[in-house]
Design a protein around this ligand. Structure first.
Ligand SMILES: Cc1ncc(COP(=O)(O)O)c(C=O)c1O
Length: 380
């Protein structure tokens, strides 16, 4: 059996997304900046996609900028947010994705900002009181806190954080790469200035993404060049990526609650089975708390085992199960997860992130738990 439980790294494309993209690889090949009919038909398709994304998120089309993915969108919001709004202090957390953490660290190294990282407890929770104290002491800050952590699934309360950011005049950016297409976003009413998306996390194409920036918090461009994206991102558009991400988001919204119910059932079954079958199993962060974590992610901490130490992902792979030890960029690398380190996770225990999509089944969970039982029975 082949099982793909690494959907937080990337997802399989939906066939309907591929169908929507195909004409733009064949007959509709014009450059959207060309004024002739070949160009105009592609320009129209891009603007239709922008309108679709804006409608789904309750935003306006002028607030949506297509990018090459979540990383570029995060970089744009942070670097240009700081520059445009004269910001000299940023507040974030050690659990952020490297697309945010490394960008903020570079800004600090260049002397543009002072960076304050919030403390987190062993479950990865932040303290809103500490956030408020920092905001009070540093007016005109940038706050960057993700909606859901990609490794442990912890959800942040965007309403609460955004409310505090607004009260103290801060620019609030949230990395929503793991929640876009999985939860509904109502951007007219959410107190947030910038959010981001990567199409490949919700059955769209890799290398596609977008940035939302609220219209009264406009920022300078990150990539300079032609007048594409209303002068906000130079370069000929990734047309197929734009068509694909808009279609993928449309499909995600079409049956979001059905999708959520299906994936939650899989996650709950996994938690129950592991708890019953693997003595000493634990769950990292809040990932086993269905009300406080992203429903697509379960981060499992297994009891110390000589046979599996450092080999767990490899052993699972041999059984046809694809999972991950952390974020996609650190899986395969020898450095451990910065998120688990921040939680003071016991290095004697191996951890594995299983992440799900609507294409997974309960049978795949049963197969995986059977294999884990075999792997951990070696020493029984
Ligand atoms: C939370 C988070 N932010 C940003 C990214 C980067 O997104 P992209 O791959 O679209 O550049 C990822 C991808 O793993 C992620 O999980």
């Amino acid at each position: 059996m082949k099982v793909y439980f690494d959907n937080a790294a990337t997802t399989a494309m939906d066939d309907r997304v591929i169908e929507a993209m195909l004409p733009f690889m064949k007959s509709h090949f014009g450059n959207p900046s060309s004024v002739h009919s070949h160009g105009r038909e592609v320009r129209n398709a891009i603007e239709k996609s922008r309108k679709k994304v804006a409608e789904l998120l309750n935003a306006t089309p002028s607030e949506i900028f297509f990018t090459s993915g979540g990383t570029e969108a995060d970089n744009t919001a942070l670097v240009c947010g700081v520059e445009t709004h004269g910001i000299t202090h940023a507040i974030s957390s050690p659990l952020e994705h490297h697309a945010v953490l490394h960008t903020l660290e570079v800004l600090e190294k260049k002397g543009k900002i002072k960076l304050s990282l919030l403390d987190v407890n062993s479950k990865g929770e932040i303290d809103h009181g500490q956030l408020e104290k920092l905001l009070k002491a540093n007016p005109n800050s940038l706050v960057s806190l993700m909606q859901a952590n990609n490794e442990i699934g912890n959800l942040n309360d965007l309403e609460k954080i955004g409310g505090l950011a607004k009260e103290y005049g801060a620019f609030f950016h949230s990395d929503t790469v793991q929640t876009m297409g999985h939860y509904a976003h109502d951007l007219k009413n959410l107190p947030i200035d910038a959010i981001v998306a990567g199409g490949h996390k919700f059955h769209g194409p890799k290398g596609s993404g977008f940035l939302f920036v609220r219209k009264d918090k406009k920022i300078h461009p990150f990539i300079h060049g032609g007048a594409q994206e209303r002068n906000m991102r130079g370069g000929t558009e990734n047309v197929i990526g734009i068509i694909g991400i808009a279609k993928a988001l449309e499909l995600a919204y079409e049956d979001m609650s059905g999708h959520q119910a299906h994936v939650e059932k899989i996650k709950k079954h996994f938690i129950d089975k592991l708890t019953q079958e693997i003595p000493g199993v634990e769950f990292n962060g809040l990932s086993a708390d269905l009300g406080k974590s992203l429903y697509t992610v379960l981060n499992v901490s297994l009891p110390p085992s000589e046979a599996n130490r450092g080999m767990l992902l490899f052993n699972l792979d041999l059984e046809g199960i694809s999972a991950s030890g952390g974020s996609a960029c650190s899986s395969g690398a020898t450095v451990g997860s910065h998120v688990l380190r921040a939680l003071n996770h016991n290095p004697e225990r191996d951890s594995v992130r299983f992440s799900f999509s609507r294409f997974n089944t309960v049978e795949e969970v049963d197969y995986t738990v059977e294999k884990l039982k075999e792997l951990y029975a070696v020493e029984a």
